[in-house]
Design a protein. Structure first.
Length: 576
């Protein structure tokens, strides 16, 4: 059957099982928008193209499917790039479709022309410029295959305007992509020796630690990780993105590792004799100074991407395979064990940290973000889908929200994109319409994409939005205080009235300034049927305004700056 390029785009999306796309039309993509209503695919109109990529990203993280964003040429396409880079760094499968000037004008600096394939070459798994409509259907199918297979990531398809209008014979493909199915292909033959060596290490270790990364959750292997950890008595620490790979309440859970990780997690890594890294890439925020990282430990690294093995940390065993397959093998073959003495040592580190934290809470008069996060976790039972922005709000949420292992915790990890939170929450809520979704953002990050309040209202999404307002670009301010002689340059914010802004969009809003009003505001917000916003006015100065512990840049993982102990209590700033 004859179909235009525009019709082929939507037909191919339908083939792939796409139910939702996020985007904004414009001249360069208008032909493709014209036949959209011929297919049962919902289009979410964002107010800025960056939000389209972030919303598609949030949708992909929650569903396991490929997220789809569509925009026009030129500035529409370039506005996508931050969201594409975010997805690339965090291994999120996206297909981004951009309009382009007609083929005869490419390279002529035509109106709203941009070399988007050249621009996005370093931040996509692959990209395509389709100049022949006869190649369009195969290109679309290939884009989805590349996005979802192996280590997931974003793919871009650039469509010149004349290709969108052109017609060709189109043959439907009846095989729909199923990116929710966990690929369990067995252990590759070249990794068998590594598996056997890892099992030997597991059998003889005394102080093991599992490092659970984003790959655990992406592989749907949370239950397998729990079984393996319990069988072998191994404590588990997670990366920021791996937070939802292991339940917070589990007795073997150590919390997050790294720059703002739990002290007991960092101490455990530095004193371990075996590290088993699963689906994580040893980011610099995780390792601290590489030369001092886990000096006593043998290291086993499991990752689906061979390029990550020995890229940052030299390991004793590298296994290139799906984490789910490897965990299944470990469960079947690793000897049951307990490491009671090691667990007791870790509990000692944890007890010291908890005591320090409780002492501080007892002397703080104002509203702090940890109090807000704790209350949110208590009221939701850890069952909410939490989407953070970037900065202090992100680190506090990772530290204090007791997430259930099967509930997504969404955040921009690798790129650290301010403005990610609200549009990603839109994608998450659309992906899970019955779920309780909370968007947590600082006052700085929230303002980067606050225009998406209109999208929330138009889509009638019951997102709970929390603005943690301290009047600063908080993380930058913290670095300036600790490492730049407290010279606060360009970090003080003159903020609007967030409650009135929400009300201008027709969204009910609350304000909390104390522990009691914060508790009440969260209770009230959870009872609202549609969207609701809470502005939490939090402590802006002193040690409670900073995220601790903190591993300074260039320090070893256990060389943490700790919050000073209140007057009259033994302890020193910077003690480990």
């Amino acid at each position: 059957m004859m179909r235009s390029g525009a019709q082929i785009v939507w037909a191919c999306l339908a083939e792939q099982g796409v139910r939702v796309v996020f985007g904004m039309p414009g001249g360069g993509i208008m032909p493709t928008y014209h036949p959209r209503s011929e297919h049962e695919i919902h289009h979410v109109l964002v107010r800025h193209e960056q939000a389209a990529a972030h919303a598609a990203d949030g949708y992909a993280r929650v569903t396991g499917e490929v997220g789809v964003a569509i925009t026009t040429s030129g500035p529409g396409a370039t506005n996508l790039t931050t969201g594409i880079a975010t997805a690339m760094m965090d291994s999120i499968p996206l297909v981004c479709i951009t309009g382009q000037v007609k083929t005869s004008l490419i390279g002529s600096d035509a109106f709203q022309e941009a070399d988007i394939t050249g621009i996005t070459l370093p931040i996509t798994k692959h990209n395509f410029l389709v100049t022949d409509v006869r190649e369009l259907a195969d290109t679309m199918r290939e884009a989805f295959r590349i996005a979802r297979e192996g280590r997931p990531g974003p793919v871009l398809v650039d469509l010149p305007k004349d290709v969108q209008f052109a017609e060709t014979d189109y043959a439907p493909c009846n095989v729909q992509g199923d990116s929710q199915t966990v690929q369990r292909d067995g252990i590759p033959a070249e990794s068998i020796d590594g598996i056997e060596q890892a099992l030997e290490y597991i059998a003889c270790c005394r102080r093991p630690v599992i490092l659970a990364g984003h790959g655990v959750a992406r592989a749907g292997a949370q239950a397998d990780l729990i079984r393996f950890a319990e069988r072998c008595g191994i404590p588990v620490t997670t990366t920021l993105l791996g937070k939802w790979g292991f339940p917070h309440a589990h007795p073997l859970h150590l919390g997050m590792m790294g720059m703002h990780g739990a002290a007991e997690a960092n101490h455990a890594i530095q004193n371990a004799d075996l590290l088993i890294a699963l689906g994580m890439r040893f980011d610099d925020r995780v390792t601290g100074r590489v030369e001092a990282y886990a000096p006593m430990a043998r290291k086993v690294h499991v990752d689906i991407d061979a390029s990550e093995i020995n890229k940052i940390i030299r390991v004793d065993v590298g296994i290139v395979a799906n984490v789910a397959d490897v965990l299944s093998t470990f469960i079947e073959s690793a000897p049951a064990a307990e490491h009671a003495e090691w667990i007791d040592q870790i509990r000692g580190w944890r007890s010291e940290s908890m005591t320090r934290d409780l002492l501080h809470r007892s002397v703080v008069a104002g509203l702090t973000v940890p109090h807000v996060i704790d209350e949110l976790g208590r009221q939701t039972g850890g069952q909410a889908i939490v989407v953070t922005d970037v900065g202090q709000n992100q680190m506090w949420a990772a530290q204090y929200f007791g997430a259930d292992a099967m509930r997504p915790f969404l955040t921009s990890g690798g790129l650290g994109t301010m403005g990610y939170g609200l549009p990603a929450a839109i994608g998450a809520q659309i992906a899970a319409p019955e779920a309780e979704v909370w968007s947590l953002a600082g006052d700085g990050g929230f303002q980067m994409n606050l225009q998406e309040l209109a999208t929330v209202v138009q889509e009638r999404l019951p997102i709970r939005m929390a603005i943690l307002n301290n009047g600063y670009l908080g993380m930058v301010r913290q670095w300036q205080e600790l490492f730049f002689d407290a010279r606060y340059e360009a970090t003080k914010l003159l903020n609007p009235d967030f409650v009135r802004i929400a009300e201008a969009y027709g969204i009910p809003a609350l304000r909390a300034t104390s522990h009691d009003t914060a508790r009440t505001a969260i209770e009230e917000a959870r009872g609202v049927q549609g969207p609701v916003l809470i502005e939490f006015q939090t402590v802006i100065e002193g040690d409670e305004a900073n995220v601790y512990p903190m591993v300074p840049s260039g320090a070893a993982l256990d060389e943490m700056v700790r919050r000073p102990v209140p007057t009259g209590v033994v302890g020193r700033r910077g003690e480990g």
